[in-house]
Design a protein around this ligand. Structure first.
Ligand SMILES: Cc1ncc(C[n+]2csc(CCOP(=O)(O)OP(=O)(O)O)c2C)c(N)n1
Length: 577
C-alpha cells in the first residue's frame, strides 16, 4: 500500500487539475467560456503556489484544432491528453475531430463545462442569460456514439474515482475518447485540501491477449500460403506494433500494403512494402492478414480476394464492433495488438513454414519492387514539366527536400507512392473517418510532441480551410513552433467531384464544364496569411520553381524558426499512376 498524498487544494477545480497532472496528463488544450471560472481561478492558484506536477495550458482558438492537437500528440507519444471546451457549444465544435479520434482509437480525455445547474444560491450559480439557453437534458448525448464512456462530476468525494475511471477506460484497448462534463458549482466548491492515492491500483492501458488457438490457426494459414498478403491500416498507432509488422513481414517474406493507413508502419525502403493500394495484389492472394484494418479493401473498387483465399483479421477489436455494417470475411480473428500477436504467430510458424516458399517469394517481391521503381521514376519524369503543377511532381519534390526524419502530416493531397519515408511512423495520414480539418491541428500537435524535428503539413486547399488555419497559425506563433504548410491548391474539392463522376460516369455532371458544388476558385493567396503570423509565405505555380521554393521555406522553418506556407497551384490528382 502506498502512502496517500495530500495537496493544499482550495477548490474541486484545483484538486481536479492537479490530479490530472499527477496521473501523467501533460497538456490541457482549452477553449473557454463562463463555465471556466473555477478552472481559471484554480490554474492561477496552482501557478501562484508553484504546485507540481502542473498541466501545461494551451489556449486554442477553435475546438477542432485543439482536439486534433490532442489526437496527434497521442499518436506521436502514446500519451493521452486533456481538452476542455465551453459547455455544449464548445463540445459541438470539437466533435469532428472527436469522430476521427474515436475511429482511429485515440484516447482523449474530452471534457466540457456544464452550464450552472442552480439559478441562484451557490458559488458559481447562473449569472448570465446563456446559462439557461445552454442547458441540455443530456449534454453527453451529443458525443455518446463516439465516446467509450461519459459521466458528469457531481461532487468532490468522487473526484479521484471519476478521473481514474476516465483514464482507465480511454487507455484500455480498443482505446478511444471519453467525455466528462464539469458543472460550474461543483468545480467552484470549496475544499480544505485533497487527499489521493499517488499510485492508483487501476488497469490503465489494459490490452487483450490472443488465445493459443487463434495463434495456431493464423500460423497454419500463413505458413501454408504461397501468395500471402499483409494489409496494414491502423496498426502503427502503437510504435511497438509498427516494429513488429516490419520484422514479421521481412522474416517470412510477406508483402505489405499500407492501405488507408493513418500512420506508416514501415519505411518505404522496407523490402516487403509493395505499395499503398490493395490492387493488384489482392486478386492473387491465397491468404490475407489484415492488421487493424477496418476497411482492408473496397469491394466496389478493388474487388474481393478469391473465394478460397483465407482471411485473418487481427486487432484489439478485430470485428470493429462500433461500425454498424462491415462484412469482410474472417476465417480467423486474432484479438491482440500486432506487437503481441505477430511474434507469437512467427514462433508458431517456425516449425511449419517452408523455407523454399519464403525465399522464392522474397526474390519475386524484390524483382517486382525494381519494376515498380522504374515505373515511378518514369512517371515523375513525365509529370515534371506539367502546368498546373502535377501532384506527382509535387510529391517527388517534397520527398527530395524534406529530409529523412521529417514528419509529414498529410491531409488528403500527398500521393504516397512518390514520397520516401525512411523511418516508420513519420507519415501521418488522414484519419480513417475522414472528418476533414484535422491536418492543421495535427501538424501543431506533431511539432509540440517533436520540437526537434521538421514538421510538414501537406493539405488540400479544402482541407486547409476546414482546419481553421487562423487558429492553427496563431497557436504556432504563440508557442514559437515552426511548421511548414504546403497547400495543394487545385481550387476545388476534387474528391467530391470524383465521387459524383464515379457514381454517374456518363451523367450531366460529367458533361458539365464546371461540376456544381465542387469548385472553389478563384484560388486565394493563402501565402499572404504568413504576413499576419510572422511567417514566410510563397506562391508557386510553375514546376521548375518548386525545388528552390521548398529550400527557402525549409530554411525559414529550420533556421529562422518561423512557420512557412507554400501556396502550390496544382492540377488534378485524378487517377494518378
Ligand atoms: C468535415 C468534412 N466535410 C466534408 C467532407 C467531404 N469531403 C471529402 S474530400 C473533400 C474535399 C477536400 O478538398 P481538398 O482538401 O482541397 O482536396 P481535393 O479533394 O481537392 O484533393 C470533401 C469536402 C469531409 N470529408 N469532411
Amino acid at each position: 500500500m502506498t502512502a496517500k498524498k495530500t495537496i493544499a487544494a482550495e477548490t474541486v477545480a484545483e484538486a481536479y487539475l492537479t490530479l490530472m497532472a499527477e496521473r501523467g496528463i501533460e497538456y490541457l488544450f482549452a477553449n473557454g467560456g463562463t463555465d471556466f471560472a473555477p478552472m481559471i481561478e484554480a490554474l492561477a492558484a496552482i501557478n501562484e503556489k508553484g504546485t507540481t506536477p502542473r498541466l501545461k495550458v494551451v489556449s486554442v482558438g477553435h475546438e477542432n484544432v485543439a482536439t486534433s492537437m490532442a489526437m496527434s500528440y497521442y499518436l506521436h507519444t502514446g500519451r493521452p491528453q486533456l481538452v476542455m471546451f465551453h459547455v455544449n457549444v464548445g463540445t459541438a465544435n470539437g466533435i469532428n475531430a472527436l469522430i476521427d479520434a474515436a475511429r482511429d482509437r485515440v484516447p482523449i480525455i474530452f471534457t466540457a463545462g456544464r452550464t450552472p445547474i442552480t439559478e441562484q444560491g451557490l458559488k458559481g450559480s447562473r449569472d448570465t442569460g446563456i446559462h439557461w439557453n445552454q442547458e441540455m437534458f443530456d449534454q453527453a448525448s451529443m458525443v455518446r456514439e463516439f465516446c467509450k464512456w461519459d459521466y458528469e462530476l457531481r461532487n468532490a468525494e468522487q473526484l479521484e474515482a471519476v478521473i481514474d475511471r476516465a483514464i482507465e477506460i480511454a487507455t484500455t484497448e480498443p482505446c478511444g475518447p471519453v467525455y466528462l462534463s464539469l458543472p460550474r458549482e461543483v468545480m467552484a466548491q470549496k475544499i480544505d485540501g485533497f487527499t489521493f492515492d499517488p499510485a492508483p491500483r487501476r488497469g490503465f492501458g489494459t490490452e487483450p491477449g490472443p488465445t493459443e488457438d487463434q495463434i495456431a490457426r493464423a500460423a497454419a494459414i500463413l505458413a501454408k500460403a504461397e501468395r500471402p498478403l499483409i494489409i496494414a491500416q491502423g496498426a502503427a498507432r502503437l510504435a511497438p506494433s509498427a516494429a513488429a509488422i516490419g520484422d514479421f513481414a521481412e522474416r517470412f517474406a510477406i508483402p505489405i500494403v499500407e492501405f488507408r493507413t493513418n500512420v506508416n508502419a514501415v519505411s518505404t525502403e522496407h523490402p516487403m512494402l509493395v505499395g499503398f493500394n490493395p490492387l493488384p495484389h489482392l486478386k492473387d492472394a491465397d491468404a490475407v492478414l489484415c492488421l487493424e484494418a477496418d476497411t482492408p479493401w473496397i469491394p466496389t473498387q478493388h474487388g474481393n480476394p478469391p473465394d478460397d483465399c483465407k482471411v485473418i483479421q487481427l486487432g484489439v477489436d478485430p470485428m470493429f464492433q462500433r461500425i454498424p455494417i462491415r462484412s469482410f470475411p474472417c476465417d480467423v480473428a486474432v484479438t491482440a495488438t500486432p506487437a503481441v500477436a505477430l511474434p507469437l504467430i512467427g514462433k508458431a510458424m517456425e516449425a511449419i513454414a517452408t523455407l523454399k516458399l519464403i525465399e522464392g517469394r522474397r526474390a519475386r517481391i524484390a524483382a517486382a519492387k525494381e519494376t515498380a521503381k522504374a515505373e515511378i521514376r518514369a512517371n515523375i519524369e513525365k509529370a515534371s514539366r506539367d502546368t498546373p503543377i502535377n501532384p506527382v511532381w509535387a510529391a517527388h519534390c517534397i520527398s527530395e527536400a524534406k529530409g529523412d526524419d521529417a514528419i509529414v502530416v498529410n491531409e488528403y493531397s500527398l500521393i504516397l507512392r512518390y514520397v520516401n519515408f525512411k523511418e516508420p511512423r513519420t507519415c501521418f495520414g488522414p484519419p480513417g473517418a475522414g472528418g476533414l480539418g484535422v491536418g492543421v491541428g495535427s501538424a501543431v500537435g506533431a511539432k509540440l510532441a517533436n520540437p526537434d524535428k521538421t514538421v510538414i503539413a501537406v493539405v488540400g486547399d479544402g482541407s486547409y480551410m476546414f482546419g481553421n488555419p487562423t487558429a492553427g497559425h496563431y497557436v504556432l506563433r504563440a508557442l514559437d513552433l515552426p511548421v511548414l504548410f504546403i497547400v495543394f491548391n487545385n481550387g476545388m474539392w476534387e474528391e467530391v467531384e470524383g465521387s459524383a463522376l464515379r457514381v454517374f460516369p456518363d451523367g450531366h455532371a460529367a458533361r458539365a464544364n464546371r461540376v456544381p458544388v465542387a469548385q472553389l476558385g478563384p484560388n486565394p493567396h493563402y501565402e499572404h496569411l504568413m504576413a499576419v503570423y510572422g511567417g514566410y509565405g510563397e506562391r508557386v505555380d510553375r514546376p521548375e520553381q518548386l525545388p528552390e521554393a521548398l529550400k527557402r521555406a525549409l530554411h525559414a522553418v529550420k533556421v529562422e524558426k518561423r512557420q512557412a506556407l507554400i501556396n502550390l497551384i496544382v492540377g488534378r490528382r485524378g487517377a494518378a499512376p
